[in-house]
Write a protein that binds this ligand. Sequence first.
Ligand SMILES: Cc1ncc(C[n+]2csc(CCOP(=O)(O)OP(=O)(O)O)c2C)c(N)n1
Ligand code: SF4
Length: 470
Amino acid sequence: MVKHAKPKGFYDTFERKSSVPGPESETTHYCPGCGHGTVHKLIAEALEDLGIQDRTVFLSPVGCSVFGYYYFDTGNIQCSHGRAPAVGTGVIRSLDDAVVISYQGDGDLAAIGTAEIVHAANRDENMAVFFVNNAIYGMTGGQLAPTTLLGQETSTTPLGRLADREGGPIHMAEMLDALDGPAFIERTSLGDAARVMKTRKAIRKALTNQVERRGFSFVEILSPCPVGWKLTPTQSRSWIKDTMENVFELKRFRDREDEIRGTGRMPLINDDDLKELLGSEHGEEVRTGKKLEAECRVKIAGFGGQGVMSAGVLLANAAIGEGLEATWLPSYGPEMRGGTANASIVVSDEPVGSPVVDKPSALLAMNGPSLDSLEETVASGGLIIVNSSLVKRKVNRDDVKVVYAPISAMAAEAGFLKGANIVMLSLYLLETGIPGIETLKTVIPKSLKKKELVDVNLNLVKVAEEFHAS
Ligand SMILES: Cc1ncc(C[n+]2csc(CCOP(=O)(O)OP(=O)(O)O)c2C)c(N)n1
Ligand code: SF4
């Protein structure tokens, strides 16, 4: 007896939240004869047979296959249009054991996402990319795609694609084959049962490559879109064989079968490298397992030229010098000179999840516009240090601690106005103790290229200490 059942890679029922309740909400959302369903089934079967369902992260694109998460019983991420290879890069670099599948249409991969796929391929990221090429934008109503054939009628080229007007179809497999990076590239089709079986093999090969960490594996699948092509499902399969395959050659372009590329994880910096990088005298203090009560999320903001970026780097380096984890994220205003700029620094006792600081626990406002734009973002109970030499108003919040200090005047009085950033940073460290002011004093000499400025800057730390003590 032959027992037909859904492969385990699929959920038992395809229950879609947004559709009308009833049997309709448990069928797939694809049109009859659509190739996505076939490719889904081949993937789901391979997941089960290779036993990798529990370690697979399926990246759905924007396009008709946007609902991957309703079907695949795996980890799922719905990505922004074209960005799946970038998301996959993050996943594979942080989860050693993951098998990453980037499932993309031709609008998604070859139009808006061209940069992402090219660079992921070039970096040879460990991921399997299934590129469903139906030569049209299916989801949005059959517009021209980068892979639309010359002469093919679409809703935006009703008289057919013209090379002189729209350019010719992009051959993604050939394009990626020009790169050194990829491990495996093949183009297959769903034109008939024999071709489907070849596609099945290519999908398994790409997934096996992930299990064995052979690197970036790309399968382009010529796939029917009967609705977009205005053909019946049967005519669509024939059209693939008789027309599409004349333009897109079915071929295994590359197979680096014998190479194993290792995990996708970025090599973590080891303690010796860290000491060399920081010139740390803290030797044994590097990654000490020191604990913080809470993550510090700091925004240092001011005019370009006020040294907010370098203050941020010093803060991050001092934190790392104490065995903590830290990130530094610069944000420059559009102007080359004189515009506003800010640095986001996160200091934590664990690897930092996101370097973005939306709700700072501390704002170091070097000028008025910075206070105006960021005051409201500071977390309740947080800290604002205001450079009262330049900011003439008071802070409006009563749920944060505020320190007013004439930072610029203090630096100028000490003979080095440009060092106002050091005064500001020192005050922050004196207020919070994370990291300690003594650590900053050891980081400054190692960070400054101009050695004659070391004493000047250390003197500015002292100025801040005196202000804080007064
Ligand atoms: C940033 C952004 N730009 C445009 C769109 C509109 N959009 C949705 S799907 C799509 C193209 C889908 O075509 P394709 O990737 O070929 O997938 P198919 O639907 O044919 O499977 C476009 C342009 C969008 N959702 N988001
Ligand atoms: S529009 Fe085309 S690609 Fe989209 S579900 Fe229908 S047949 Fe499939």
